[in-house]
Design a protein around this ligand. Structure first.
Ligand SMILES: [Cu+2]
Length: 250
């Protein structure tokens, strides 16, 4: 909306209304991008990266709007690559409704499946250079594995919001969101569900920068139990991919 310049030369209620409207419009770019920042420190860890190198990266911080509906998921697909027998990224946060592609960039077959409650799926075995897609419909933690390679694992964190970020090595994070009321949630793969639940908090984001109190995220009580294959059975000994798929490199 463009206000004619002469409007501002008049006096009276209409002028004030015009000024107010103009001020509102001018304030919009600022109001749509309030910054929330903070930091995470991992505690009670058995990881060398955490204890010796103070590596606090990979914790997902999300802000779910509570006073307004979350925007719809993006049209663009999210990507979890399979390369060198590794899912990448290891943790992929997406909004519910998003589609994730699983391109296979290795010269061997791969699979991707989850038998956990977050979302059960199985894309089957698929050849090098091809891709499969999965639509993630509801919020939850989806633990993803490959039915051939037991060392391959990843997490797709399906959230009810498009506003999420991952902590940097020093534990810092920053999110730009529209002003409003939010529920802040923390996800860390080596923390128990109870620990993470207790870190959930309501925050009010105004048009100014919001700096949060540091978050201490404990890894106490976490058990890294081995996962089974898609049939719920232990994995067979590691296959030699060259014998399974003649002519391809392992
Ligand atoms: Cu695989």
């Amino acid at each position: 909306m463009i206000w004619p310049s002469r409007t501002f030369s008049k006096r009276g209620p209409r002028t004030r209304a015009a000024h107010l409207a103009a001020a509102f419009l001018l304030s919009l770019p600022l109001a749509t991008a309030a910054t929330v920042s903070g930091s995470v420190q991992l505690r009670d860890s058995r990881s060398d990266a955490v204890n010796k190198k103070h590596d606090y990266s990979g914790v997902i911080i999300s802000l779910r709007p509570v006073s307004q509906p979350a925007p719809p998921p993006p049209q663009k697909h999210a990507v979890m690559l399979q390369k060198n027998k590794v899912f990448s990224p290891h943790i992929l946060p997406v909004i519910a409704g998003a589609i994730v592609d699983f391109p296979n960039a290795d010269p061997i077959f791969h699979n991707a499946f989850s038998s956990y409650n977050g979302q059960i799926f199985d894309v089957g075995l698929y050849p090098p250079g091809t891709s499969k897609s999965v639509h993630f419909v509801r919020p939850g933690v989806v633990r993803v594995f490959c039915n051939i390679h037991p060392s391959m694992s990843s997490i797709i964190l399906v959230l009810a919001t498009p506003w999420f970020t991952s902590t940097a090595k020093d534990g810092s994070f920053r999110l730009d969101v529209p002003p409003g009321s939010y529920e802040l949630s923390v996800f860390h793969e080596r923390s128990t569900e109870t620990t993470l639940q207790n870190l959930t908090q309501r925050i009010l984001v105004t048009g100014e920068a919001t700096k949060l109190q540091p978050l201490a995220v404990s890894e106490a009580g976490f058990l890294n139990s081995p996962h089974t294959n898609k049939y719920g059975k232990p994995y067979a000994p590691m296959p030699d991919d060259r014998s399974v798929y003649p002519g391809v490199r392992n």
